[in-house]
Design a protein. Structure first.
Length: 397
């Protein structure tokens, strides 16, 4: 209708394509953005003074008589859109990073299960940048997702993003890592203290008994609450032995952003400071273990010093068979991602699925579920990681 301003804005129905991810990977470059638009006629001059004012009274009578029917139609459309969204919830998945092998697997298995349950997923990855992750969550909120699933880069930095979600009445699930001091609805993860206990518990019986053992400790990212839980688990085992002088920590530090290159620097510094007479390096995950082992290789110590890890990354499993890494902690990721997809869909539909535990995050006792973890070395790698189909035996060679 010439002279009338049209205002367009996206509606809630299917407000994201079936699967949206910044097309960083060739595999997804095909995904196209689909959005639906509603056109509303505004004859009010207030919208754009450049356009002439149109008086609705000039509309033909028969058009005006259609108003009640048009109104009913719009109402029904909105109701069916609301019903459709409950039946086909949209989940906003905000990730810290996709740099590590495990997060790619979490993403893919989560999306597959969510889609199997009739939901659609919008994925954002913040590349370990807090400001960007807050922005990612804000944009998911503005797209009116039905539920948010967040892997925080920094458990404290996401507090204000969760506040925005609370204000928008969008439920929030913390995935794998806890969000601190925030009103979140669920925390779904593995037993992270058990991870640390498994790492230290594996090393202690293998340390020399005839003299104080000399170990290095490389913790995870200080921004990640899990890194503190892993350390707590290790402390539960090592603490009394360190106190008794049976174990000496010759060097320890935190690997910023879980970066392998940061772990390598810490390991180089440890050898420089404490020399080559080392018995073990307790490292919190496989990515950083890879960095530490690189440094040990440079000093001809790889395979002579026990090194721990976590995540059963492919490279780590290969190192375990080659003998340069002693163990890893296998976390059956699909169990966690499928659980999270199921809970996200139920919550999006207004449900209150039961949790098995709680954890206080500084703001509330968060309903939580802690999945079990499995220590793995060369003796049980095939019967765990391979048997589960997490890796193929052929790929471990
Ligand atoms: C932790 C996670 C580990 C490890 C690490 C680095 O929070 O629980 O599995 O991958 O992050 O991303």
């Amino acid at each position: 209708m010439p002279g009338v301003q049209q205002v367009e804005h996206p509606v809630r129905q299917h407000h994201a394509a079936t699967f949206l991810e910044p097309a960083r990977t060739p595999r997804h470059r095909g995904a196209q953005r689909e959005e639906f638009w509603v056109v509303e006629c505004h004859a009010l001059a207030s919208l754009d003074p450049r356009l002439p004012v149109v008086n609705p009274a000039s509309f033909p009578r028969r058009v005006m008589n259609l108003r009640p029917a048009l109104f009913l139609l719009a109402l029904t459309a909105l109701a069916s859109a609301a019903f459709a969204s409950r039946e086909k919830p949209v989940i906003g998945l905000s990730l810290d990073t996709l740099k590590e092998e495990r997060w790619q697997r979490d993403r893919d298995t989560f999306i597959a299960e969510a889609q199997r349950l009739g939901a659609t997923v919008i994925v954002q990855s913040a590349n370990s940048d807090d400001t960007r992750q807050v922005r990612d969550v804000e944009s998911l909120i503005s797209r009116k997702v039905d539920v948010l699933v967040i892997v925080p880069h920094n458990g404290s930095a996401m507090t204000r993003a969760v506040k925005s979600a609370n204000d928008a009445k969008i439920p929030v699930i913390a995935y794998d890592r806890l969000i601190l001091n925030a009103q979140i609805d669920y925390y779904l993860t593995f037993d992270n203290v058990k991870v640390g206990e498994a790492q230290a518990g594996y090393i202690v019986p293998r340390l020399p008994k005839d003299r104080p053992a000399r170990i290095v400790r490389i913790y995870g990212a200080p921004t990640d609450n899990n890194a503190k839980l892993f350390k707590q688990g290790q402390d539960n085992i090592l603490g009394p032995l360190i106190k008794a002088g049976k174990i000496q920590v010759v060097h320890e530090d935190w690997a910023l952003d879980w970066k392998p290159e940061n772990a390598k620097k810490i390991m180089n510094a440890a050898v420089t400071k404490a020399g080559r007479n080392l018995d073990a390096v307790i490292v919190s995950n496989d990515g950083t273990a890879g960095g530490a082992i690189q440094a040990l290789q440079e000093d001809g110590l790889a395979g002579k010093v026990l090194v721990t890890g976590q995540d059963a990354d492919l490279a780590a499993c290969q190192r375990i068979l080659r003998g340069t890494q002693a163990m890893t902690v296998y976390k059956p990721l699909t169990k966690l991602s499928h659980l999270a997809a199921r809970i996200a869909v139920e919550v999006a539909k207004g449900g209150k699925p039961a949790a098995t535990s709680t954890l206080h995050n500084g703001a509330k006792d968060v309903p939580s579920i802690f999945e079990a973890v499995i220590p793995v070395d060369k003796d049980n790698l095939l019967s765990t990681v391979v048997a589960d189909g997490f890796h193929k035996a052929a790929d471990l060679k």
